[in-house]
Design a protein around this ligand. Structure first.
Ligand SMILES: Nc1ncnc2c1ncn2[C@@H]1O[C@H](COP(=O)(O)OP(=O)(O)O)[C@@H](O)[C@H]1O
Ligand SMILES: Cc1ncc(C[n+]2csc(CCOP(=O)(O)OP(=O)(O)O)c2C)c(N)n1
Ligand SMILES: [Mg+2]
Length: 340
């Protein structure tokens, strides 16, 4: 790996390299017992609390230039910084129990800006039934916010990326592609509604939905779609050893987003690859689908298949197209092998 730059492998491959370093030679997590899920395999790490509960932990960093479009208000930057972390807690089926927010900023930042930032963070935390319990302040060249979220879930309700089986139904909450359309609209200076813009600026963690899904006993695996539907399907596939067949016609996309996309390729780009929607991607035992149908806004988009069948999109004309392994990746993405 000497002389190879991180930009040539991308975030996913770098996570694999680091996760190996953090594992003991026998493949288990290094350190003390009680680590149920360690680095690199799920939305959160999972720690055994020795009773019937487990603790889930995640951290995510956002930067002014790469994550906050100029049109975002400081309140929205705060909301989003909390939301990206709380979405990972939701993805485990867990209830959030606290957020720690570290903020780095230039010394000439106005106090009013930091207050608005904090109010946005707190609003999102409260929406999810939790609060900010600490943080850190530092001088930094550009606004950088690193959140750490903690959550709790009963061991028998914990939902992992692992657990999907061939024949399970694949579902998503909310709409896909709205954040992607918003980003494109901002970049090309085209108008879109506040609903579409807010999908990007104020993503809503699916905390309540996640808890209801975890309690239903019908869900076999779950994660969030922060990096896009396609990338999430590949992450699922790697952990559960299943393939997927997704029906393009079934993808929940706002009418406005369909109209905004100038052609079917663009629409696929928003719905599958751009990311930023922070919805839940769920697999469900088909025998138990009735248990979840009415508990939240959920759409069946396809089914799990054998791993060897790959990850495919069934077009409205019933053609099968391979879904590509790409999405929102930090450190300049390039595809990594599905088995890695
Ligand atoms: N620097 C790192 N060291 C150890 N684990 C990491 C590192 N970066 C990411 N991970 C782990 O890789 C997995 C995926 O990370 P990431 O893509 O950031 O998740 P998400 O998109 O759900 O926030 C998680 O289990 C995360 O803890
Ligand atoms: C300028 C700009 N580009 C892109 C985005 C969209 N965006 C920001 S974070 C993110 C998804 C990744 O979020 P997260 O899961 O928190 O990051 P990861 O842990 O995967 O690094 C997306 C799609 C944005 N908000 N602003
Ligand atoms: Mg996640």
């Amino acid at each position: 790996m000497k002389n190879t730059k991180v930009s040539s492998v991308g975030e996913r491959a770098l996570i694999s390299i680091l996760s190996e370093i953090f594992k003991a030679p026998d493949g288990r997590e290094k350190g003390q017992e009680g680590i149920l899920i360690g680095a690199g395999s799920d939305d959160c790490a999972v720690l055994d609390l020795k009773g019937e509960d487990c603790l889930v932990v995640t951290t995510d960093m956002l930067h002014r230039t790469t994550d906050f479009p100029e049109e975002m208000t400081p309140w929205q930057m705060g909301w989003m910084s909390a939301a990206v972390n709380l979405s990972d807690i939701a993805a485990m089926g867990a209830e959030p129990i606290g957020l720690v927010m570290a903020i780095g900023m230039p010394a000439d930042t106005e106090i009013a800006f930091v207050e608005a930032l904090a109010k946005g963070m707190q609003a999102c935390a409260e929406f999810c039934g939790t609060t900010i319990i600490g943080g850190d302040l530092d001088t930094h060249a550009e606004l950088t916010i690193t959140g750490t979220a903690l959550g709790r879930v009963k061991k028998d309700q914990l939902l992992l990326r692992r657990g999907a089986r061939p024949g399970d139904l694949v579902c998503v909450t909310g709409y896909t592609g709205s954040a992607g359309a918003a980003l494109e609209a901002l970049q090309s200076r085209k108008p879109v509604s506040e609903t579409v813009l807010n999908a990007l600026f104020e993503p809503v963690p699916r905390t309540k939905e996640a808890r209801m899904l975890a309690e239903s006993g019908a869900v076999t695996s779950m994660m969030d779609t922060s990096d896009g539907l396609a990338m999430s399907l590949y992450d699922f596939s790697r952990q559960s050893r299943v393939g997927f067949r997704v029906r393009e016609n079934a993808l929940p996309i706002l009418v406005e987003v369909r109209k905004f996309a100038s052609n079917p390729d663009k629409l696929r780009e928003f719905a599958l690859y751009t990311g930023g929607d922070f919805e839940l991607l769920i697999t469900i035992d088909p025998q138990k689908i009735k248990k979840v149908q009415n508990i939240c806004n959920l759409v069946v988009i396809g089914e799990c298949t054998k791993y060897e069948a790959g990850i495919v999109l069934e077009s409205p004309e019933c053609n099968l197209i391979t879904i590509e392994q790409r999405g929102y990746q930090q450190l300049k993405a390039e595809a990594v092998d599905r088995s890695s």
